[in-house]
Design a protein around this ligand. Structure first.
Ligand code: NAP
Length: 291
């Protein structure tokens, strides 16, 4: 069945918003964006009515419970949104025989590796948020083996809440900042992830067999401290940055020491080159400064 109408959840999130910015480049698709008022992921029982209303040919689920530290105490809500709702979306996609793309996280891994995580590396969630996302992955695949899961990491955008915008604000407000320097990962520009997601829909539309788990992150790896240093340089800000250890910055949810995702599978299957995170960051900072 040809894909024309694509339902996108999480309209106001980083990824949902970036998807909305790209739609004019894809006139053959009709995108329907729903925010939490139009489709509340904490109420999976209501999904059927929404699908009857919009009757989409594909689903991209960018909405999620993403408050990593709060998830440690708001366990039930985080599980409903990140696991039960994802299962229900997978079920509806199977019933309607339409593609379903949803997103997961580097936090499904334990953070103890020393080389990049492959899509089939054994998962062992590092915190409760990671556990809810891992549950969502497993329930969705069991319900509907055609489900596409894209794990990503360290997402930033000119829209929404993220490390880049927080750092730019704090560097303007303060003379000095301490930043964790012993956690490694791959930053991801939500715009690049949005483009990769639409490329997936285009390939599915052309009949390519894409399903299962993928990893997407910008190329190159860094620490939060390295990320902050680059933000400072590209934004032309003055602030003394000091690298500290994770022990010196305790958080309710544990963070992984090593969180680097291997993205070779998506690069091969989508025949695409992923931009370096520094290139993506430069573009994002220009947008923030222009706004
Ligand atoms: N951000 C990261 O660093 C990161 C890292 C790894 C994986 N991921 C995954 O990547 C995907 C996209 O993340 P993102 O960065 O775009 O997240 P985000 O900016 O936090 O956006 C999440 C969106 O989900 C919406 N949402 C929350 N609860 C909802 C509910 N009950 N019903 C409907 N919508 C609800 C939020 O709505 P409101 O705007 O109304 O709050 C928000 O628009 C998610 O699956 C996330 O878990 C993100």
């Amino acid at each position: 069945m040809a894909i024309h109408k694509i339902l996108v959840t999480g309209a106001n999130g980083q990824l949902g918003w970036e998807l909305a910015q790209t739609t004019s480049a894809y006139p053959n698709f009709e995108f329907v964006f729903v925010d939490r008022n139009a489709m509340d992921l904490s109420k999976p029982d209501e999904f059927n009515g929404i699908f009857e209303l919009f009757n989409p040919d594909a689903i991209i689920n960018t909405a999620a419970y993403t408050a990593v530290d709060k998830a440690e105490s708001e366990k039930e809500l985080a599980t409903t949104i990140n696991a039960a709702a994802v299962k229900q979306l997978a079920h509806i996609a199977k019933e309607r025989n339409i593609p379903f793309i949803t997103y997961s996280t580097d936090y499904v891994f334990n953070g103890n590796a020393t080389s990049p995580y492959l899509t089939d590396t054994t998962i062992e969630p590092v915190n409760f948020y990671g556990q809810t996302k891992a549950e969502g992955e497993q329930l969705a695949i069991a319900e509907n083996p055609a489900t596409i899961i894209i794990r990503t990491s360290w997402v930033f955008s000119s829209h929404g809440n993220n490390f880049v915008k927080t750092m730019m604000r704090l560097m303007k407000e303060r003379d000095a900042l301490n930043i964790v320097g012993d956690q490694k990962g791959r930053p991801t520009y939500a715009k690049d992830l949005a483009l990769a997601s639409i490329k997936m829909i285009e390939l599915l539309n052309a009949g390519k067999n894409i399903k299962g788990t993928y990893h997407y992150a910008n190329t190159g790896e860094t620490t939060w401290f390295g990320f902050a240093e680059k933000i400072k340089a590209l934004a032309g800000l003055e602030c003394d940055l000091t690298a500290i250890t994770s022990d010196q910055f305790p958080t309710p949810a544990k963070r992984p020491a090593y969180s680097v995702l291997d993205t070779q599978k998506i690069e091969k299957d989508l025949n695409m080159q992923i931009p370096h995170w520094e290139t993506a960051l430069q573009e994002c900072i220009k947008k923030i400064q222009a706004s």
